[in-house]
Design a protein around this ligand. Structure first.
Ligand code: FDA
Length: 474
């Protein structure tokens, strides 16, 4: 057993925990990061499969994600643009396939008008919501009382319009059915991206990718932390008092002044706290749960859809694969598609035997892009729901009424215990950008607490306050 004394122990080597550790090291504090898995990056993870680069977890960055942009600039990591040229494909509920260009789905004109009405209303309310405090909106209580599904139907009676607009946040982001989360939760999601229009614009929200993959960002930070990152060390027990903490990993024990719990909120209760956390945290943590989405990866000899003038972007609100994109990594000659199967459709897929599941998914993709989609050389399903140290995807959100009731306390520390996660972020919520911003904000708060100074007021985590650190590990 290795026993260490540090200023701060960080539990979890995902982007949030690593960013916090990195910032604290830059501020002159000693740190140790204990990670359960045998790798860093958490919900960002990549592998080479038969010569193709596959991003199993988080991968895209949008122009507003300036916290992550400033970190990669510091690390010397570049980005490349997602392939976006050509027409998109839309599959209507009755299975009719349409090829289209422009922003509007090829649906009845009246439905387009209703969709635009819904988007306008979401934009109007989103502009009034502070992503760091959605519960402070004057109508927050009532917006948190109604499911997003039902709220949409108070604005429009057009079912197709409601389902299409609902998809952007339900299947597309929170990966839960729209009846399981509130209109306020949906507004947090859109305000985290600046506007609802940004969120529904795939060319904005899925704009660019990292050269070297998104997991490469965490790997680069971990390299700078050197031997202070300990893999294969799940922390299942934490002793704490106002004087400090002791975190117990498998073969590393760390005594520290403060701890950052940088794991997703649904996993807070995996740790046994001695003494127990206060009632407020016990209850709050039970109302934050993961969504469920299967990320489908299929690699082909060539990006055949491009030859047909298609971008690879496809939408089918009632299809098994609801969204499909060209996900070819830059400079690769093979063609990669990525698809998403969310919530209830994901449940249905996991009930099928493996071979039938593969056939059903490829058949769904072929409805968009034709028979060539049926024969990929690589077929891989990301399954974060089965991963012990995540248990769902993409991130956690509150159940109905939870955001207004518990949100105001979610980022408060309990004595020396601080929480940091993309799932607690305002801007960049549920994204790597939010993880980075939260990591920086938590580091600034802890640094001030240790130094006995006031933390910078209203600090948004967009830029590091502590300069840079060389890649040598020290
Ligand atoms: P994260 O979950 O990444 O890291 C937490 C770490 O804590 C993990 O390494 C875990 O193993 C560890 N841990 C858990 N319990 C522990 C314990 N008891 N002891 C020690 N360690 C413990 N985002 C984005 O910006 N663009 C995108 O395109 C996508 N797409 C996407 C697809 C898929 C399939 C997923 C699952 C997620 C995304 N995301 C995304 C979301 C993004 O990946 C996510 O927001 C960040 O990885 C969250 O970073 P955190 O550090 O907060 O948690």
């Amino acid at each position: 057993m290795t026993i260490l004394d540090r200023d701060v122990v960080i539990i979890g080597a995902g982007p949030s925990g690593l960013t916090a550790a990195y910032e604290l090291r830059k501020a002159g504090k000693s740190v140790a990061v204990l990670e359960a898995r045998d790798r860093v990056g958490g919900r960002t993870w990549s592998q080479n499969m038969d010569g193709a680069t596959i991003e199993i977890g988080g991968q895209w960055i949008s122009p507003d994600q300036t916290g992550l942009y400033s970190l990669i600039e510091e690390l010397g990591i570049e980005t490349f643009e997602r392939y976006k040229e050509g027409a998109s494909v839309y599959l209507a509920d009755d299975g009719t396939r349409s090829v289209y260009t422009g922003d509007d789905f090829p649906v009845a004109e009246s439905t387009v008008a209703e969709m635009n009405k819904l988007i306008k209303e979401m934009d109007r309310l989103t502009a009034q919501v502070d992503p760091d405090a959605p519960w402070a909106h004057p109508q927050a209580a009532e917006l948190d009382m109604i499911s997003f599904h039902h709220w949409l139907r108070t604005i429009s009676g057009d079912e197709v319009a409601c389902n299409n607009v609902g998809l952007f946040i339900a299947g597309g982001m929170l990966t839960k059915p729209a009846h399981t989360f509130s209109a306020l939760q949906a507004l947090l999601m859109s305000s985290s991206a600046g506007s609802f229009s940004n969120l529904v614009d795939e060319d904005f929200i899925l704009d660019r990718r990292m050269v070297g993959t998104m997991q490469g960002v965490s790997i680069a930070v971990a390299e700078r932390l050197g031997e202070d990152v300990f893999l294969n060390n799940p922390v299942l027990k934490l002793d704490w008092s106002e004087d400090g903490v002791t975190a117990y990993g498998t073969d590393v024990t760390v005594h520290a002044k403060k701890v950052i719990i940088a794991v997703p909120p649904n996993l807070y209760s995996r740790i046994s706290y001695n003494p127990p956390l206060p009632r407020r945290q016990h209850v709050t943590h039970q109302h934050q749960s993961m969504g469920l989405v299967i990320k489908v990866h299929a690699v082909y000899e060539t990006p055949f859809w491009r030859e047909e003038g298609l971008s690879g972007t496809c939408f089918g609100p009632s299809a098994i694969v609801q969204e499909l994109y060209d996900n070819t990594y830059h400079e690769e000659t093979t063609g990669t598609l990525v698809g998403f199967i969310s919530d209830l459709q994901a449940d249905a897929m996991f009930l099928l035997p493996e071979a039938e599941r593969k056939d059903a998914i490829l058949a769904s993709m072929a409805k968009f892009l034709g028979a060539k989609a049926l024969e990929p050389s690589v077929f891989y399903l990301s399954d974060f729901g089965a991963e012990e140290w995540t248990r769902g995807a993409y991130a956690t959100s509150y159940d109905l009424g939870g955001l207004f009731r518990f949100g105001p306390d979610q980022n408060k520390n309990v004595g020396p215990i601080y929480f940091s996660s993309s799932d607690l972020a305002g801007e960049g919520y549920q994204h790597v950008d939010g993880a980075v911003r939260m990591g920086r904000r938590t580091a600034v708060r802890i640094n001030a607490a240790i130094e006995g100074t006031e933390p910078a007021a209203n600090y948004d985590g967009v830029k590091s306050l502590f300069g840079t650190l060389a890649a040598s590990g020290n």
